[in-house]
Design a protein around this ligand. Structure first.
Ligand code: C2O
Ligand code: CU
Length: 499
């Protein structure tokens, strides 16, 4: 059955703005070979010429953006072959999966033309939403920004709960972009300081698409795949029921009026469409403390950052001037590839069209038991202080920039640790730990409102967050870092050795 909009779209009448809403695309599923509990799959990184919001874009992807979704089941053995067909070194990080650091090794590079086999077992109880992306120190920001990201979904027995199974499932990969013509411009010093944002906001690479729901209960798997943009999400007329965080399902749904998704974070929400009609999924204004690059600039950067950014201005831009946080730059008549930083504005990301007489499913009364960690039995309490030297775009943890040859934390396998994360800078940083999922114990002294597995937690300016980190199952050398990936590239990363 073709809706009227589909036909109009098909005939290319895209100048009619009211009819130009693209329908809601889903990333394709990665093809896998599955036999006797073993899954084989191939992921290839390559240069890709895509059409993004109707314009040509030269990207680097895993075969389209978002990359194909890898769906795995708890307990399976996975043989994932990765091939690098890019002209530069890259690698693959299985963000959030509790697999040995020797497999998911952020320091092992795959050179152009080479392949690497990632072989691991999907942990029991890990059902949830993860993702894969490159991890080449110094190049994560340009490679991720260029489109190297895909979802990894782990399915488990609880997905069979009728309240989950009966829901209409969609993945939403949130990503912003900026182009100069069809290219992504080189990084300016300002980008390295603030992290690069872009004025073109996409959900699964579509600008303000429309999701026509067939059912009244939606299960949305959300990923913030942006380098630096935060999304404070709210759906008009409807609460969001959080059912899973980075590391899987919660004990029961948590009703939220809004959900903050920092770079690298995932969440799963149930939406119970209670009224017919259109409901906008919006990103509410959020101030992550990025330095203003126009008007309010304090001059620390000199003119260098601005000069490069503005010099590559693209005149007519992407035609997205109306909703990109352009601020003062718009009235100069120039649209640099780099937007004005500072607080974001209200943006519409997606329109959800509810069925005519929606009858949502009841909420699941209980989901997965989440283990209660006992911080009283912690083997160590450590303090990790995030710091910066903004003018140089240098970022630290405990006063030191990343050095792959130095171990920053030595810890004992099989112990539970408590880490106190302290943000002494003027902007938010999403802190991410590889290999070992953790639980947030408290934020600013207040106990966490519910137990949840996380791998990335946002730290506001001056905030202290305490996390419980069980170092279990396998030792090795792994890393923790800021997932505002420019900061990772510029030093905000450390090495953890577990033996
Ligand atoms: Cu998603 Cu070390 O990163
Ligand atoms: Cu940071």
């Amino acid at each position: 059955k073709y809706g009227a909009l589909g036909l109009v779209g098909g005939y290319g009448l895209s100048r009619l703005p009211a009819l130009a809403q693209p329908s809601f695309p889903q990333p394709r599923a990665l093809e896998v070979l599955r036999a006797d509990g073993v899954v084989e799959a191939q992921i290839t990184a390559r240069q890709s010429n895509l059409t993004l919001s109707g314009r040509p874009a030269r990207l680097m992807t895993y075969g389209g953006f978002p990359g194909p979704t890898l769906r795995l089941r708890e307990g399976e053995t996975v043989r994932l072959n990765f091939t690098n067909n890019l002209p530069e070194a890259t690698n693959l990080h299985l963000h959030g999966l509790h697999v040995p650091a020797s497999v998911d090794d952020p320091l092992a590079l795959v050179q152009p033309g080479e392949s690497r086999l990632y072989e691991f077992t999907v942990p029991r109880g890990s059902a949830g939403t993860y993702w894969y992306h490159p991890h080449v120190h110094g190049r994560v920001a340009p490679q991720l920004y260029a489109g190297l990201a895909g979802l990894l979904v782990v399915e488990g027995p609880l997905d069979a709960l009728p309240e989950l199974k009966g829901a209409e499932e969609h993945v939403l990969v949130l990503k912003d972009w900026a182009f100069s013509g069809d290219r992504i411009p080189a990084w300016t010093p300002m980008d390295w300081m603030n992290g690069r944002e872009g004025n073109l906001l996409t959900v699964n690479a579509a600008v303000r698409p429309t999701l026509r729901a067939q059912k009244a209960t939606l299960r949305l798997r959300l990923l913030n795949a942006s380098n630096a943009r935060y999304y404070r999400l709210a759906l008009e007329n409807h609460p969001l029921y959080l059912i899973a965080t980075d590391g899987g399902l919660l004990e029961k749904p948590v009703e939220l009026s809004e959900l903050l998704l920092a770079p690298g974070e995932r969440a799963e929400v149930l939406v119970r469409l209670s009224r017919p009609g259109n409901h906008r999924l919006q990103a509410l204004p959020y101030d992550r403390g990025a330095m203003m690059t126009h008007g309010g600039t304090n001059g620390m950067m000199g003119d260098q950052g601005m000069g490069q950014g503005m010099g590559q201005g693209m005149g007519q831009g992407m035609g997205m001037m109306d909703h990109g946080g352009m601020g003062g730059m718009g009235d100069t008549g120039m649209m640099g590839p780099m937007p004005v930083m500072g607080p974001t504005r209200l943006e519409t990301l997606l329109t959800v069209v509810a069925p005519a007489s929606p009858k949502p499913l009841p909420l699941p009364a209980s989901l997965a038991p989440v283990e209660r960690l006992e911080p009283a039995r912690a083997a160590a309490t450590r303090r990790l202080v995030l710091g910066e030297r903004m003018a140089q775009a240098e970022f630290f943890i405990n006063d030191r920039m990343f050095d792959p040859g130095r171990v920053d934390i030595r810890a004992k396998l099989g112990t539970l640790e408590v880490w106190e994360l302290v943000n002494k800078t003027d902007m938010d940083h999403p802190f991410h730990l590889h290999t070992y999922p953790f639980q947030v114990l408290s934020r600013g002294g207040k106990p966490a409102p519910y137990r949840a597995w996380k791998d990335t937690v946002n730290l506001r300016k001056d905030e202290t967050v305490r996390i419980a980190v069980p170092l279990r199952d396998f030792g090795g050398v792994t890393v923790y870092h800021c997932h505002l990936v420019e900061h990772e590239d510029r030093g905000m990363m450390g090495v953890l050795e577990v033996r």
